[in-house]
Design a protein around this ligand. Structure first.
Ligand code: AOF
Ligand code: ZN
Length: 362
């Protein structure tokens, strides 16, 4: 057909529009939790006539913005959405009804919404209304985009990524590779895409709160965990503008006192990741970066328990071209007595400015 020939000539198949959906969804990276990132493209006769993305929970969904952008051109057009359109009244009305009302002819969906109140009901509703629906175009890409949202929906826990830098002689080091913290650097981008970052302040020294340098980045919630009252007070007085919460243990609270009224303090018998994740879940967060810098050597047990209980989903390691001179903190930390070998899946690697970044999933 003429249409098919147009697609072949322009290289614009369903995958093309879906990849565009994912690209525009990412404009809201780090801003949508507890909601997913979603992009929508309305296409007609091989041309994009409308685009939209979900900017933030509480604001309209991607489809609404794309249909608005397309106006009357939406009639008989194809709508591409990276996530199944919703069929429920949440903070916003159902997108299925908006698509039906706009008289689109076809809807192409990247992936089914794991939210139990949607879970294929959106697709069913569209089909019942006589709309042609295709599901699963660029599905892997769409799932990767929302891996944290999906995990949260299916498990009731945030998605946790463990990050550290490794010297060539196998030590966890505080250093980051050249450019990693600058705008566009892998570390700056990691902070932008995570809802929270767990930091371990170093005793008697100022903690520099990690912050993303990406333009307009939504900075992650800073979760400080410490068994030492002194370091905690110091760290909070050095930077006040960042959202922060302190997790500490009983003995430490007496000395912290009321010095930090503006910072929420949670006292636990023993600091454990489960309690921290429960807190994050209740705050509506999807993703947490467990960043091994600073004084994390107090928390070998926490790390071990987190690994044994499958609370960590992903690992990002930057291997740096340096031979570290001291031995006090080694990779063996926390892996002692783990009792089993954990294998990483879907390993990928890329060069950072002067390091090698490895990424894999448990
Ligand atoms: C879509 N398009 O752009 C998004 C969807 O409270 P609400 O109304 O924002 O609903 C939130 C739920 O809607 C969320 O948990 C997810 O299931 C779906 N998100 N759906 O059709 C969108 N963000
Ligand atoms: Zn919706």
């Amino acid at each position: 057909s003429v249409n098919l020939r147009c697609e072949v000539l322009s290289g614009r198949d369903d995958g093309f529009y879906m990849r565009r959906c994912v690209e525009i969804a990412k404009k809201a990276i780090g801003c949508t939790s507890p909601n997913p990132m979603v992009g929508c493209v309305v296409a007609k006769d091989g041309e994009i006539v409308g685009e939209g993305f979900h900017p933030k929970a509480g604001q309209p969904h991607a489809e609404v913005f794309a249909l608005r952008d397309a106006g009357e051109l939406a009639e008989n057009a194809t709508a591409y959405v990276s996530l199944e359109p919703c069929n429920h009244y949440g903070r916003t009305p159902p997108c299925t009804e908006a698509l039906i009302k706009a008289k689109v002819k076809k809807v192409v969906v990247g992936m089914v919404d794991p939210n139990p109140i949607v879970a294929s009901k959106g697709v069913d509703r569209l089909r019942d209304a006589g709309i042609d629906v295709t599901v699963g175009v660029e599905e892997a890409l769409c799932k990767k985009l929302n891996e944290a949202y999906i995990h949260r929906m299916l498990t009731g826990k945030p998605f946790v990524t463990l990050r550290y830098s490794l010297s060539v002689n196998g030590h966890i080091v505080d250093e980051l590779g050249e450019g990693a913290k600058e705008s566009g650097g892998y570390y700056s981008k990691l902070l932008q895409e995570h809802d929270a970052v767990i930091v371990f302040p170093t005793l008697f020294s100022d903690v520099s709160f990690p912050s993303s340098e990406e333009p307009d980045a939504n900075q992650p919630l800073q979760i400080v965990i410490t068994k030492s009252p002194i370091s905690a007070v110091q760290s909070f007085t050095t930077k006040t503008s960042t959202k922060a919460i302190l997790f500490t243990e009983k003995e430490a609270t007496m000395e912290i006192g009321t010095a930090q009224k503006d910072v929420e303090t949670v006292v636990l018998d023993t600091i454990n990741l489960e309690a921290i994740l429960e807190y994050c879940y209740r705050q509506g967060l999807c993703s947490v970066l467990l960043d091994l810098t600073g004084n994390f050597s107090d928390f070998g047990e926490l790390l071990k328990e987190s690994l044994v209980q499958n609370m960590i989903q992903k690992v990002i390691i930057e291997v740096l071209p340096l031979w570290h001179g001291t031995e006090e903190v080694s990779l063996q930390l926390g892996l002692k007595n783990l009792g089993k070998t954990l294998m990483l899946k879907n390993l990928t690697s890329r060069m950072s400015n002067k390091g090698l970044v490895l990424e894999g999933y448990f």
